[in-house]
Design a protein around this ligand. Structure first.
Ligand SMILES: [Zn+2]
Length: 307
C-alpha cells in the first residue's frame, strides 16, 4: 500500500492520478473520508456515480465486509477520535506496541486495501489520505506493507492555495472546501511535514518528493515512485504522459480534491501564482515560520515577485 502524505494543497491528488494510470496500481482516493462522505452521505465516486451506485466500490465492500451495511460507521468514527489525532502522534511513534483501538481502527483500512487490490487486480493500492496521524496508525496494521510518499510543496504556495475559494463538486456546489489563514497553514505545514520525518525515523519506508520538481519531469518522477512501490515499468506504460499534459482514464477515487473527477486531459504545469499573488507580508510570515524545514527541503527562502 502506497500512502500519499503531506499537508493538503501540496499536490497529492495530481501525484495520485498519475500513479493510478500505471499498470498494477489502483488509486483509491482519500480513504480516511470514505466512512463519512461515502458510507453516510453517499457522495460521488471519481467515476461520477454515487458511491452506492459504483460497481467497483460495491464489490470492495462485499469482499471486505460482506457488504458495506456491516460497517458500523459510528464505531469507526469513535476509534478515529480515540487514536487518529495529530496530538496522538508522539504516543503512536514511541509505543512499543499499539493499543487494541489502534489495531482495530487500522484493520478497517487493511480490509479495504486488500479487497480493492483483489477487485482491481492490482499489486499496489494507493491511499492519498494525506494525514500524518493516519500514516502513524497504519504503521501498526497487520498485513499492510506500508510505504509512504511524502509530498512536499513550498509552504508559501500551499498557504496561498489555502486562501482561495474552491467549491466541492461532489455536493453539487453547495459546499466549499475549508480555508486557512497563511499563519495557520504555516503552522500546519510544519507539524504535518515534521510528522512524516518522524515516521521515517521509526523505520517506515518514506520517500520524499518535492511537488515542483515532480511537475518539472513527471516521467522521471513516476519511474522513481514506481520503483519505490516495487512496480517495474515499460516505456509504453508512460504513453499517457504527453507534452505538458496527461491523458487520464476514469478512476474510482472515493473522496478528495475535485481533480479526482478529471477524465482526459490534465495539464501538468507548475502553479507559481503565489509568487505574485501572495502579499509580501504574508510571504515573509510563512517564510519565517517554515524557514528551517523549507531550507532542509532545499527551497530558496528569498523569492521576489520580480524573479
Ligand atoms: Zn466508481
Amino acid at each position: 500500500m502506497l500512502f500519499l502524505g503531506g499537508l493538503g494543497r501540496s499536490g497529492t491528488t495530481l501525484v495520485e492520478r498519475l500513479l493510478g494510470e500505471l499498470p498494477g496500481m489502483c488509486a483509491l482516493g482519500e480513504v480516511v473520508h470514505l466512512w463519512q462522505r461515502d458510507l453516510r452521505d453517499d457522495e460521488r465516486c471519481g467515476c461520477g456515480s454515487r458511491f452506492s451506485g459504483c460497481t467497483f466500490w460495491r464489490r470492495v465492500g462485499d469482499l471486505a465486509f460482506n457488504g458495506w451495511t456491516n460497517v458500523d460507521v459510528a464505531r469507526v468514527h469513535a476509534l478515529r477520535d480515540a487514536v487518529e489525532r495529530t496530538r496522538h502522534i508522539p504516543r503512536l511513534a514511541t509505543a512499543g506496541a499499539a493499543s487494541p483501538e489502534v489495531r482495530e481502527y487500522a484493520s478497517y483500512y487493511a480490509r479495504v486495501y486488500a479487497a480493492a487490490a483483489e477487485v482491481a487486480g492490482a499489486r499496489v493500492v494507493i491511499d492519498s489520505s494525506k494525514h500524518s496521524s493516519l500514516a502513524h496508525v497504519l504503521r501498526w496494521a497487520d498485513d499492510v506493507d506500508l510505504r509512504v510518499v511524502h509530498v512536499v510543496r513550498d509552504a508559501r504556495g500551499v498557504a496561498y492555495s489555502w486562501t482561495k475559494k474552491v467549491t466541492r463538486p461532489e455536493t453539487d456546489g453547495a459546499d466549499e472546501m475549508t480555508r486557512y489563514s497563511p499563519g495557520r497553514s504555516a503552522l500546519l505545514w510544519n507539524a504535518h511535514n515534521a510528522a512524516f520525518g518522524l515516521l521515517a525515523r521509526r523505520g517506515v519506508p518514506v520517500r520524499r518528493i518535492r511537488y515542483e520538481e515532480f511537475l518539472t519531469d513527471p516521467r522521471a518522477g513516476l519511474i522513481h515512485l514506481a520503483d519505490f512501490a516495487g512496480v517495474k515499468l515499460h516505456p509504453e506504460d508512460l504513453e499517457f504522459l504527453r507534452n505538458g499534459h496527461a491523458d487520464l482514464r476514469v478512476g474510482h477515487s472515493a473522496a478528495g480534491n475535485p481533480m479526482r473527477f478529471t477524465v482526459g486531459r490534465l495539464p501538468l504545469r507548475r502553479d507559481d501564482a503565489w509568487v505574485r499573488a501572495l502579499p509580501s507580508g504574508q510571504r515573509r510570515l510563512v517564510g519565517a515560520v517554515c524557514g528551517p524545514l523549507l531550507r532542509a527541503y532545499g527551497y530558496p527562502l528569498n523569492i521576489t515577485s520580480e524573479a
